[in-house]
Design a protein. Sequence first.
Length: 505
Amino acid sequence: MCEDHQEDGHGGLGRRALFVTGAAAALTLGSVSFAAAAEGGQESRTVRGTLPPGSPDFVYVPVEVPAGVREIKVAYTYDRPSVPTGTTGNALDIGIFDDRGTDLGGRGFRGWSGGARTEFFLRADDATPGYLPGPVREGTWNIALGPYTVAPQGLSYEITITLTYGEPGEAVEPVYPPERAKGRGRAWYRGDCHLHSWYSDGRRTPAEIGALARAAGLDFINSSEHNTHSAHAHWADVAGDDLLVMLGEEITTRNGHVVALGTDPGTFVDWRYRARDNRFGRFARQIRRAGGLVVPAHPHATCVGCNWKFGFGEADAVEVWNGPYTPDDEVTLADWDSMLVASVRDGRDWIPAMGSSDAHRDPDAVGSPQTVVLADDLTRRAIQEGIRAGRSYIAESARLALSFTVSGGRGEHAGIGGRLRVDRDTPVTVRLDVTGAPRCTVRFVTDQGVLHTSAPLPVAGAGVVEWRTTPSYAAYVRAEVRHEAAAGPLPGALAGFTNPIFLGR
């Protein structure tokens, strides 16, 4: 049961009991009403309630907004009772939809801050980061509550809505970053496609991220805020001849996160569904129609709601390495390798791997790891084409550089993401040139497993590793560069790895 209390600015109090069922459902509470006030005046209403364990994913609080409103401001608090170890406590996200409604697809979407802020405002000329400036029109608005986790004691909340009356400010015309940077023609370009600024739950400004990206040797980045595209209009001053800024979103559902990589400016992708709702395909297609790539993020991460449950049938690439290399990345790498094996066994398309920092705040390192892409130029389309084709490798930093090729007996050769088309029993030479990997070992991994491991590279970090095989013995080969293992039989943490080269006709 959810108890909904409403208190107006004059002390009036109403109360009603509401029953909720099903985590996939949404609940709409009783509406909050305002009366028009004098020019420049303010009026507030406060709503209190308690959500029980098992509450729906989204609870909507309708707000009847009258004409003549210049600004709407929302502030909220909720209780955080102590819970036993291993039991989830309270976490309540928040956002808002305007008079166009809350239908799936987000036509009325005006912002989302998750749990990153305790208050926000919107008006025609400005808005809190995470929210979209624009007119505060007359009609029914909806505050969206997302009870991410609810303690056994329940979640008690208080929301205060304040309307400021008066003439609206002048609307802001968004300016977006260009889709092209200077570039070096066909070359290897380094990028980080999963980053968070203060436009969602990060703590850095776009300008600070841009400076860190340049310091990390990056050529491109992708804006990927949680469930909002509000940052899109704030990257133009960060981009430059030396840095391409692509626009996207991290669609953060309760059944996994997906990065929309390089969508058209102003594209919003809804997140209010679970795998069992069978709606992900609709929004994956929306990402592609908007010119973006669909990239499941940290599929085996252990955070609540992070584990990927939508399958990989819609994926253009998969984020195999996310931030500092951890056991869940190792699991994802093994899972991705199994998908490669299945692709050659079944004769179907394969899904390239990526790596991104998912940096939010200090000490998170922008550009660690990074995806290094062979692209025809430093443009949105060229970078996306290189990622989609798998012409890329993942490096822990700009210090690491890899050149990976396979050659046949008559001068045939192929690079990362390519295919060496030779007969099954033709001897081929696999070669990896490495710099920036002191004392690391190189492993060549195939559909049959790890078939070659090198001696440690010298302290200088540069070396060449070669291995000979045939397509009948290895349907593909990819390279891993690993740090020395601390102890035991497990391999060391990754310093870098490549997408595969396929062998045979």
